[in-house]
Design a protein around this ligand. Structure first.
Ligand SMILES: [Mn+2]
Length: 268
């Protein structure tokens, strides 16, 4: 398994990112602590110059593990379950640009909060629309030789897809085998009966793991049984990234170091 750490370049937002600053500052820090990769949350796909990022990555001998698409919702109000067809089309375009950007670095795009919320709209229509969007985006990603990551979120964040089982079901319906499940341990702690059992049932589907503890604390600073989760990942032969998508608690540097300590203890 490989380690990664989240970097947000959007200073106006508060969220579960270990680092929140310019990539020229954060990437060397991530390398120094020992991470194999960095995950980026940016306002849009054209915020960062790809050549600049390429140079930073190669100078620091570190890779881009994934790109997040959540800014499409939080900054631009776009979701894949909007009843408004124009909004859905814009959401798809936003994600396609992120797929393009990630693909330069062989990094998949993450779809989490872009699934939106159904609220009082028709659930069947919303899920059918989401399935269609995932199919289109999965095919788009495949043409660029990258996976697409779909993430169930807890009911505190969405009423669309909350559990690993429902995530697998919609991925199967979308019908593209490069669409992988993103297992976020924070969301799973809220929604799953037994995190390790759910991981085992998701064998073959998991393409990325958000490595985080309860209440979005850095791994090792909460009450999730991370050892049993990691052992379950080992048992299904998972060899992808464990990405620290956690609060910078008590501060970025400590959160990053604590995550790395936990990663080394459990995963190597
Ligand atoms: Mn997540």
């Amino acid at each position: 398994m490989k380690s990664s750490v989240t970097i947000s370049t959007v200073k106006s937002l508060k969220g579960a990112w270990i680092f929140q600053d310019d990539i020229s500052i954060c990437i060397p820090k991530a390398k120094k602590i020992g991470f194999d990769g960095v995950e980026l949350f940016t306002a849009s796909a054209d915020e960062i110059d790809a050549k600049f990022l390429q140079k930073l990555l190669s100078d620091n001998q570190i890779v881009l593990s994934a790109v997040a698409t959540g800014a499409g919702k939080v900054l631009h109000n776009l979701t894949l379950t909007s009843p408004d067809k124009t909004v859905r089309a814009k959401a798809i375009e936003f994600i396609k640009r992120m797929i393009d950007f990630g693909a330069i670095f062989n990094a998949p795009a993450k779809i989490g909060s872009m699934q939106g919320n159904i609220g009082k709209n028709n659930r069947e229509d919303a899920l059918a629309g989401l399935t269609e969007c995932l199919n289109e985006l999965g095919r788009y990603a495949r043409q660029r030789n990258v996976d697409l990551l779909f993430e169930p979120l807890s009911h505190l964040s969405t009423d669309v897809i909350n559990t690993v089982a429902d995530g697998i079901e919609i991925i199967k319906k979308a019908g593209e085998d490069n669409i992988k499940l993103l297992a976020d341990l924070f969301h799973m702690d809220i929604e799953e009966m037994d995190i390790a059992e759910s991981i085992k049932k998701a064998a073959g589907f998991i393409g990325y793991v958000d490595f985080v503890d309860s209440d979005r604390k850095p791994a090792g600073m909460g009450h999730i049984d991370l050892k049993s989760a990691v052992d379950a990942l080992k048992s299904i032969g998972y060899d992808g990234f464990l990405s620290a998508e956690a609060s910078p608690w008590p501060d970025s540097q400590t959160a990053a170091e604590q995550t790395m300590k936990t990663f080394k203890l459990l995963c190597t």
